[in-house]
Design a protein around this ligand. Structure first.
Ligand SMILES: Nc1nc2c(ncn2[C@@H]2O[C@H](COP(=O)(O)OP(=O)(O)O)[C@@H](O)[C@H]2O)c(=O)[nH]1
Ligand SMILES: [Mg+2]
Length: 306
């Protein structure tokens, strides 16, 4: 199931890769093989790690390994899988039951997919038998609250919101109390988009986290950074910068369905030491999957076209 969802969602990245791999045959020269590999790594936007992988592949080819395309595929699969980090426990990717209720703060830049990911997370939590409550701490634009209201209505989940322009920390304060009073076991907080360079907005985020921590012990228990997968290596850079001022516990890589740069997920797991916990594979509430590195890499390199 996860495998086929990844396959479908990764269609664009996967097609690029299988095109390159299909060109290889038993009589392909080492140079041609390396070229194909290079093409794979660069189009998938694997990033700086590509150079290391190419060097290793060259060594392998020199010593007579990887001569067959099947071997190259298997070798690449092993390499990629060892690079990428998913949640430590894929059956339980989030630290639920960490607090009463568990507080999940969702952050990221504008348009990365935060609000949609909040809706998807709520759906996922409901599927886990949880009772989530949502806080609309993006009080910047009325449209942002409206968007979240529509999702929450559809999902049958309560939303705590403030007036447009209200202090997000005040909304979170109320939401923490509401979550407790109404017996919710998870509180998911949507926030406004911000860049790591916007000092005032970053300190606003600090305040939101502090207020949550005062209302509920240990909160926020999870701080998930939502990244736009279509931006490839820029997403990696964003994660690095964001991580310098916010304690990120995991990444949601959204929009993987719309890109050939699926390799960026590998770079995030490798460079940041922050696990990719979920990937977004579409615009609907069910289009969220717990990230499983092995299934992801297998799907990426699967030669079968469907
Ligand atoms: N194809 C695709 N689109 C997505 C995904 N996640 C979000 N989007 C779209 O990206 C746009 C911005 O999403 P939104 O959640 O409003 O971003 P926010 O500004 O970070 O809250 C919307 O049009 C979403 O439908 C995804 O996983 N796949
Ligand atoms: Mg939003």
């Amino acid at each position: 199931m996860v495998f086929s969802r990844f396959k479908q969602g990764l269609a664009r990245t996967r097609n690029k890769i299988s095109q390159a791999l299909r060109r290889l045959g038993g009589d392909t020269s080492a140079a041609e093989t390396l070229q194909a590999l290079e093409e794979i790594l660069y189009t998938a936007d694997v990033g700086p790690l590509s150079a290391t992988l190419l060097e290793e592949a060259e060594q392998q080819l020199k010593s007579g390994h990887l001569a067959h395309p099947g071997e190259l595929r298997a070798w690449l699969g092993d390499k990629l899988e060892s690079m990428v980090r998913g949640p430590a426990d894929r059956a339980a990717p989030l630290a639920l039951d960490a607090g009463a209720p568990t507080v999940i703060l969702v952050v990221g830049v504008n348009g990365s997919g935060k609000t949609t990911s909040v809706a998807k997370l709520v759906r996922w939590l409901q599927g886990q038998g949880r009772r989530p409550l949502v806080a609309a701490a993006d009080t910047f634009r009325a449209a942002a609250v409206e968007q979240l209201t529509i999702w929450c209505d559809r999902l049958g989940v309560e939303l705590v919101k403030g007036a447009t322009g209200a202090d997000p920390a005040a909304v979170v304060h109320d939401a923490c109390d509401a979550a407790r009073a109404r017996g919710a076991d998870v509180l998911v907080i949507d926030t406004a988009g911000r860049l790591h360079t916007q000092k005032n907005l970053m300190s606003e985020l600090d305040k939101v986290a502090r207020v949550a921590g005062r209302r509920i012990e240990g909160a926020p228990h999870e701080t998930l950074l939502v990244l736009d997968g279509t931006t490839g290596q820029n997403a990696v850079q964003q994660a690095r910068l964001f991580g310098e001022s916010v304690a990120i516990t995991g990444v949601i890589l959204a929009k993987l369905d719309g890109t050939a740069k699926g390799g960026a997920v590998l770079a995030i797991g490798n460079e940041l030491g922050t696990p990719v916990k979920f990937v977004g594979l579409g615009e609907q509430v069910d289009d969220l999957e717990v990230f499983d590195p092995a299934a992801f890499v297998q799907a990426l390199l699967d030669p079968k076209v469907e």
